[in-house]
Design a protein around this ligand. Structure first.
Ligand code: SAM
Ligand code: SF4
Length: 317
């Protein structure tokens, strides 16, 4: 092994400062682009425990990780969610945030607030019950909308994520902008990524961010808003006063300034969503983990692959 870097800077000069931390691979929805109806899950004894999350995140914080986004699967399904959040909240330099489908959000809002988690990304692919069900197999759109309203009212910084698919929900682009404007929250339109189960969707379901933009420009003037260099989204202010973003990981990959690693619920640390391999941290002592972090720096490809067989929910989306 070469010299230990005190910061996580890879051979391409990319500084790793963000971590997606998966708490579970399970979910209470089955989004068509993410999880097959008959998905198989890890047995729960393979999940990292609260103290393991704390140790790993504390070590990574020492090496420059600043932002940790809790995800999954659906992170709020993890039985030890309160213990994990409490353990992570003891690491002072970390900003914690959460990505959720919103179904279990409302009863967790006070816990999140007490743990200092103010930033929530909530997935919302449709405002119409039938379309929501067609995409997610879920019936409780109203519960998600209610949780979003509550979170906004309680002062959380909310962003809404919509995976846009032709023939499924692309008729709702303008409705979603209006909804975001009404609530005062940013809506982010995601290109469908060719990850895992999503590779089975017909090719024409994909809509590029450029096409979404062009369709929205028929309704609004869009003014570009600057974003941090390692942001995944590029953003605009619309002439109706909404803020919108696009995550164009297929048509405009952002590998050159990617600052993210991912830790799966069973403790595999990965340098890239589009690379199968990672390093299993479970069972390692602190010294071995330090070596693993250095090794992983060399495992982030310069440019992403075209497709990957594992799914978002398996590695932490
Ligand atoms: N269950 C939570 C949720 O849905 O917000 C967190 C995990 S989910 C894997 C994280 C994000 O990944 C969601 O916003 C989801 O829409 C997105 N996602 C999953 N599969 C995707 C795909 N194939 N293409 C684009 N986005 C995807
Ligand atoms: Fe569940 Fe999120 Fe995947 Fe949908 S995107 S199936 S809510 S993990």
């Amino acid at each position: 092994m070469g010299p230990i870097n005190q910061q996580l800077i890879d051979p391409q000069g990319r500084v790793i400062r963000k971590l997606r931390l998966s708490l579970t691979d399970r979910c209470n929805l089955r989004c068509r682009y993410c999880m097959p109806p008959d998905a198989e899950f890890l047995s729960s004894d393979r999940y990292l425990q609260p103290n393991e999350y704390r140790d790993i995140v504390a070590e990574l914080a020492e090496l420059g990780i600043q932002q940790v986004r809790l995800t999954g699967g659906e992170p709020l399904l993890r039985r030890e969610f309160p213990e994990i959040v409490t353990a992570l909240a003891t690491i002072p330099t970390i900003e914690l945030s959460l990505t959720t489908n919103g179904l279990l959000l409302e009863p967790h809002l006070s816990l999140l607030k007490n743990a200092g988690i103010h930033k929530l990304n909530i997935s919302l692919d449709s405002l119409q019950a039938a379309t929501f069900h067609r995409i997610t197999y879920g019936h409780a759109l109203e519960r998600v909308l209610q949780a979003i309203a509550q979170a906004v009212q309680q002062g959380f910084q909310v962003k809404l994520n919509m995976v846009v698919m032709r023939g499924w929900n692309d008729h709702e682009l303008v409705d979603m902008v209006a909804y975001g404007k009404q609530l005062g929250v940013e809506v982010r339109f995601l290109e469908l990524m060719r990850v895992g189960y999503a590779c089975q969707l017909p090719q024409n379901a994909f809509i590029s961010a450029q096409e979404m933009l062009a369709r929205l420009q028929e309704h609004y003037q869009l003014t570009s808003i600057p974003s941090p260099r390692d942001s995944t989204a590029f953003r605009f202010r619309t002439s109706c006063g909404a803020t919108i973003g696009f995550i164009a990981s297929e048509s405009q990959p952002f590998c050159g300034h990617c600052s993210r690693w991912r830790l799966s619920a069973d403790g595999i640390l990965r340098a890239c969503l589009f690379r199968e391999g990672g390093i299993a941290l479970r069972g390692m002592n602190a010294q071995q983990r330090q070596q693993a972090y250095q090794q992983l720096l060399g495992m982030k490809p310069a440019v992403r692959g075209q497709t990957v067989s594992h799914a978002m929910y398996q590695i932490g989306g």
